[in-house]
Design a protein around this ligand. Structure first.
Ligand SMILES: Nc1ncnc2c1ncn2[C@@H]1O[C@H](COP(=O)(O)OP(=O)(O)OP(=O)(O)O)[C@@H](O)[C@H]1O
Ligand SMILES: [Mg+2]
Length: 293
């Protein structure tokens, strides 16, 4: 089901040339293997948020959000604490359904299908749109059982299928070599960085097409952070990624496009390099240069 009426507002403009204004000193490596032509948001549209509002009870937290994410891109959501980044992220797989008193208006479409419809199978949605949280949250189960969890919930019992999925997911999250000899041990015995990669493996096991990451590195040391960032670059070839981060350098390193939020409003969205070097909006410049927030 498409929603052509809602697709008219075009937030994704053709990328203008990046100016030499150079307002912000955020380092971005000159060229990377994932800087492929067409890799900056011009592919197939995956997620489209249109005129989306959200209220917690009486209090409105998101105002008329319009945002698009294309296949095989990484979109960073940035902005000061309390501006609605996590709220928007959770809206993309209807995690906010779990919060009492939440109401929404407007549209979120995945592959052109509206997700805010009463008959939507939310479990299926969350299988397609996986989520990784700020704090690693492994279950108090073995490493194997953590990764196999989602598939078992779906009714998968065949050991050969589960074994294959566990190994594939742990390899994809760059954890396999560290844990392959201790799969039956508790996940709680892993380091924080390993736990976060385990949670990514758990999210990957059910084959998501979109991965939502809410400050996935904020509890990690620099080495673990680098591993997760490397992982994001690799996952980008199969997934659409939306990541919340407070770390400007991280947004600059990992994302193709960046959306800047202030007080529940998306003030500017565009190619990451442009957002950090020659933004259109004064509020964006003030935020990315650390003048407020
Ligand atoms: N469960 C909730 N019930 C009521 N209000 C909430 C709830 N969760 C968030 N809010 C409010 O919604 C607004 C946006 O919160 P949100 O957590 O999305 O911000 P954020 O940008 O992710 O902030 P941070 O960077 O601190 O994580 C805030 O005013 C917050 O107090
Ligand atoms: Mg948050």
């Amino acid at each position: 089901m498409g929603a052509p009426g809602l697709l008219e507002e075009s937030r994704v403009k053709a990328s203008p040339p990046v100016g030499s204004g150079g307002t912000v000193a955020v380092p971005r490596p000159p060229s990377k293997p994932w800087d492929l032509p067409g890799g900056t948001g011009q592919g197939t549209l995956k997620l489209e948020v249109s005129h989306f509002d959200l209220w917690y009870g009486e209090k409105q937290a998101l105002f008329d959000i319009n945002l698009r994410a294309h296949e095989r891109t990484v979109t960073a959501l940035i902005g000061p604490s309390g501006c609605g980044k996590s709220t928007l992220l959770r809206s993309l797989n209807r995690m906010n359904d779990l919060v009492d008193g939440v109401s929404t208006a407007g549209s979120v479409a995945l592959d052109g299908q509206e997700i805010y419809t009463p008959d939507l199978e939310v479990e299926l949605l969350r299988r397609l749109v996986g989520m990784v949280f700020q704090k690693p949250n492994p279950f108090p189960k073995s490493i194997y059982d953590n990764v196999a969890y989602g598939l078992r919930i779906q009714g998968e019992r065949r050991p050969v299928v589960l074994d294959e999925a566990v190994e594939r997911s742990l390899r994809a999250s760059a954890l396999w070599t560290e844990v392959k000899d201790r799969l039956d041990q508790s996940a709680l015995g892993l380091s924080g960085g390993q736990q976060q990669r385990l949670c990514i493996a758990r999210a990957l096991a059910t084959g998501p097409e979109v991965l939502l990451m809410d400050e996935p590195c904020s509890a990690l040391d620099p080495l673990s952070t680098q591993k997760v960032e490397d992982l994001i670059h690799e996952l980008r070839s199969t997934c659409t990624i939306v990541i919340v981060t407070h770390n400007m350098q991280q947004a600059a390193r990992v994302s193709d496009r960046t959306a800047v939020f202030l007080m529940g409003v998306l003030v500017e969205e565009g190619p990451t390099e442009k957002i950090f070097t020659s933004p259109d909006r004064k509020e964006t410049e003030d935020y990315v240069t650390g003048r407020f927030g």
